[in-house]
Design a protein around this ligand. Structure first.
Ligand SMILES: CC(=O)[C@@H](O)[C@H](O)COP(=O)(O)O
Length: 258
């Protein structure tokens, strides 16, 4: 069981709803992933508009929690207005807060993010901030009242995986009680397993499933990887060392004499 913003879920995999080759593939991939939380961009997918009705039917909202996001926003003001509209349209106070600061890396703007987070927390939102792994920024976001951190593993859509394992581990060590979700940059199931082995509570990804050769099969692979990574973390990974240590220390001695 996994507690997220005072709600209980079984799956630790959160999935995006963009870039799928078709709505049918999106629906089947989301089902195969086992996810219970799907993030939706207000700016790309307004409820009831354009392909909206078919989109919402495909999403199966009875089973899924919708996490609206402010993808595409480049300032605190823009993100705040987008979040307010999302609250009206989707009837949820959850918001995945994205304020992009650099267009080539899609790196979040830490200053705009913090400003928007403060304002939205004051307005009663549950803020899921898409951030870098910068310790000072994360500390400020928590100080502002965030209870969830969503640091990237690598730039959005890059598929590079966990480029910052030491810093994610440090965030986990410093803040054992906050909800830590790796958001962005995951390219392969092994990357998701790695994030979970580091002690992250969950993983959010989109491109690696939507842009896979077979998104439905890939979604199922990610489901298994997240579960395996979590089980590995809970089992307690062995300490690592640069020095070899024989796995059979006393070769030649029968084990009952060891
Ligand atoms: C869908 C969404 O919210 C993305 O902005 C998110 O950050 C996932 O990134 P990837 O596409 O790299 O998985």
């Amino acid at each position: 069981m996994f507690e997220l913003a005072r709600r209980t879920f079984h799956s630790r995999l959160l999935v995006g709803s963009a870039q799928y080759p078709s709505l049918e593939v999106m629906r089947d991939a989301i089902a195969a992933s086992g996810t219970e939380v799907v993030t939706v961009s207000l700016r790309r997918q307004t409820a009831g508009g354009g392909s909206g009705n078919a989109f919402w039917r495909a999403l199966n909202q009875d089973r899924l929690a919708v996490l609206p996001n402010t993808a595409g926003c480049h300032s605190a003001e823009e993100a705040i207005v987008t979040a307010q509209m999302a609250r009206e349209l989707f009837d949820t106070h959850w918001i995945k807060l994205e304020v992009i600061g650099d267009d080539s890396t899609l790196q979040p703007d830490p200053f705009g993010l913090l400003e928007a987070a403060r304002e939205l927390l004051g307005q009663g939102f549950e803020v899921f901030p898409y951030c870098t792994d910068d310790l000072v920024l994360c500390d400020r976001l928590l100080g502002a009242g965030c209870r969830i951190l969503m640091p990237w593993g690598a730039p959005i859509g890059s598929g590079l995986g966990i480029d910052n394992a030491a810093r994610l581990a440090e965030l986990r060590r410093r803040y054992p009680d906050i909800t830590l979700i790796v958001d962005a940059g995951i390219g392969a199931p092994s990357h998701a397993a790695r994030a979970m082995e580091l002690g992250c509570d969950a993983v959010l990804l989109n491109s690696a499933i939507a842009r896979a050769g077979d998104p439905v099969a890939m979604a199922s692979a990610f489901k298994s990887a997240v579960e395996a990574g979590r089980r590995g973390f809970e089992a307690g990974l062995m300490p690592t060392s640069r020095e070899a240590r024989p796995s059979t220390p006393d070769i030649g001695k029968p084990f009952w004499h060891a």
